[in-house]
Write a protein that binds this ligand. Structure first.
Ligand SMILES: [Zn+2]
Length: 256
């Protein structure tokens, strides 16, 4: 996992360098010669966690079709982070995938939980139960109201500001492609490119799926990877799930 974190920081630094058109790291970036339009990759800090860790957004492309991909909203379900890092590599070398598309990536939505190896954030709140959906349940785990936490508020505001065409959020360990709102067709499309079965799990109270999918009517697909996927390298994760992620980006077209 330390390797993953180190690589993530490297990826973000590289992204910043690309966005800035070069810096002390830029000349060493292995992808720099390949990128035709470096201004199409940029990194920004959306805000900060309870323990003041930054929450990053990496934006790739400038098309009208916007796909938002969120990893590690549950801090101990962290396989999505190296997977989206590998996705960034792929988008850098295959910019044709971005034709008329923008990919918004939040590599670590719950940075305190990621560091502490906990499902919830540093206040013990399950962020994926902290959204202002009508089915939410107020309690000490879900929060005593919607958006009591900075991390869930950041995602909520990002969705309302950006208006993504659809959303992919990456969890573990239920090993399926779940969906909320009008997301079934996209889930099936993704399912053609990985072994995860499409399975409707049902909308959880106060979840991102309930808020964005059911109520905002934004198709949202939950990639539930396997528990042991946290032990895989980013290349191994990519082999298993990479084309399903690309299929989410290129839907309804094929990811080739
Ligand atoms: Zn989860």
């Amino acid at each position: 996992m330390k390797l993953h974190r180190k690589r993530l920081v490297t990826a973000i630094l590289s992204t910043c360098c690309l966005a800035l058109g070069g810096c002390q790291f830029g000349s060493k970036d292995r992808y720099a010669p390949i990128i035709a339009a470096p201004q199409l990759v940029r990194s920004e800090i959306l805000g900060y966690s309870v323990l003041n860790r930054p929450i990053e957004l990496i934006t790739v492309g400038a098309g009208t079709e916007k796909v938002l991909i969120i990893a590690t909203i549950h801090g101990n379900e962290d396989a999505g982070t190296p997977l989206v890092e590998r996705l960034l590599d792929e988008l850098r070398v295959r910019p044709s995938l971005l034709a008329d598309r923008t990919v918004l990536i939040v590599p670590v939505a719950n940075p305190d939980g990621y560091a502490l190896r906990t499902r919830g954030n540093a206040s013990g709140i399950d962020l994926n139960r902290n959204f202002p959906a009508s089915n939410r349940i107020n309690n000490e785990i879900h929060g005593e109201g919607g958006l009591t936490e900075p991390e869930s508020t950041i995602l909520h505001d990002l969705i309302l500001t950006q208006g993504p065409t659809h959303i992919v959020t990456i969890h573990q360990p239920l090993y399926c492609l779940d969906y909320d709102g009008p997301g079934e067709d996209i889930a099936k499309h993704m399912g053609r490119f990985c072994s995860l079965p499409v399975k409707k799990l049902g909308s959880r109270p106060g979840s991102l799926g309930s808020f964005a999918g059911v109520e905002q009517k934004i198709p949202i697909i939950t990639m539930e990877l396997a528990k042991e996927d946290s032990d895989l390298t980013d290349t191994e994760l990519w082999t298993q799930y990479g084309y399903a992620l690309l299929a989410a980006i290129t839907y309804p077209e094929l990811p080739y």
